[in-house]
Design a protein around this ligand. Structure first.
Ligand code: NAP
Length: 305
């Protein structure tokens, strides 16, 4: 009998994983906040995944955080700013050899979660898959991609990667997951805040090449100082390539702000500035970008953390 996949967070990525695992016949249980959310979920009859315009409902069983059955495998699919508090509420339910898979973007939340549950193995993930909610308990699979998983303190891949294979979740075990997460964070810092401040699509940053280049050189310096030289390599070229390849897209941070949603700034630009300060590294443009973005979020009535 396979180990049950507990999914914490029935949002975009949580639903994308839960539905594909369930479709492959694997045991999955969804964990929602409280009884009101559980009742709403039960009334909906399951999670709906929309792929290529086709909607399919999967009646994945669900429970609340207050359930007390033990958890051996937990996929944490909350936003970075919710992950630590959500996991803390479940810490007492984790079995002695429990494994957590952390899907959060950016850096900082993973270490905060790991510190809360020192008895568990925490596996970090970095995903290029894209999904969004177009209704409660309903998610559109918008962009095919790849998920890298890794554990910097224990390089051996877990056996359950077979479940991902069976579920058709494209993935690879990565021995340098921190380098991948830092690289993605640096790309995000060089692009996303500027799209918000200049109110443009990614391609609009072609009009701000100098500003982008200055940020890239500061970010590369930071990566070298914090033991991630591989993540610094050809950063500016990759940023320019991403700006061109995604010219018509609005960045995730742009979309969050446009939809009056809280951003994950503290785990992206905020984390970069915090690590720079810890290394006594002076990065004036990056710091100024953070101050400008925080001021912008405040004027929009959004949290600046
Ligand atoms: P999302 O759609 O906002 O989903 C987050 C879910 O977590 C929500 O359903 C929320 O519940 C739930 N949640 C928060 N606190 C909880 C708690 N205490 N107990 C139970 N559930 C709780 O977020 P997402 O887009 O899936 O993003 C998750 C992470 O993946 C982020 O770090 C994001 O940057 C990263 N990521 C996302 C994508 C993507 O395409 N979406 C791609 C790559 C990476 P409510 O519904 O009740 O608020």
């Amino acid at each position: 009998m396979s180990t049950t996949w507990h999914i914490l967070g029935a949002g975009s990525l949580g639903t994308l994983w839960a539905t594909r695992l369930a479709r492959a016949g694997l045991p999955v249980r969804l964990i929602v906040r409280d009884t009101a959310r559980l009742q709403a979920y039960q009334a909906a009859g399951g999670l709906t995944l929309v792929e290529q315009g086709q909607a399919q409902c999967y009646p994945v069983p669900a429970e609340t955080l207050a359930n007390d059955a033990p958890i051996e495998r937990l996929l944490v699919a909350c936003k970075a700013y919710d992950a630590e508090a959500a996991v803390a509420q479940l810490a007492h339910r984790l079995a002695p050899a429990a494994e957590l898979i952390l899907l959060q973007n950016g850096l900082g939340s993973q270490d905060a979660v790991a510190a809360r549950v020192p008895q568990a193995r925490c596996i970090f993930a970095s995903s290029t898959e894209g999904a969004f909610r177009d209704g409660d308990w309903r998610v559109v699979f918008a962009g095919h991609g790849y998920t890298w998983l890794g554990d910097s303190s224990h390089p051996v891949a877990p056996i359950w990667l077979d479940d991902l294979e069976a579920a058709g979740i494209p993935h690879a075990w990565s021995v340098d997951i921190l380098t991948r997460l830092w690289r993605k964070l640096a790309l995000n810092c060089a692009i996303n805040p500027l799209t918000v401040l200049h109110d443009c699509r990614n391609g609009g940053l072609q009009q701000h090449q100098c500003e982008v280049a200055t940020l890239c050189s500061e970010l590369a310096l930071l990566l070298e100082h914090c033991g991630q030289p591989a993540a610094a390599q050809d950063l500016q070229q990759e940023v320019e390539r991403v700006i061109l390849a995604t010219a018509a897209n609005y960045s995730s941070m742009y979309q969050d702000v446009a939809n009056q949603r809280r951003t994950e700034i503290s785990y992206l630009l905020g984390h970069a500035c915090e690590v720079a300060a810890r290394h006594q590294l002076v990065l004036p443009h990056l710091n100024q970008l953070q101050q400008r973005l925080m001021a912008h979020l405040r004027t929009r009535g959004l949290p600046s953390d």
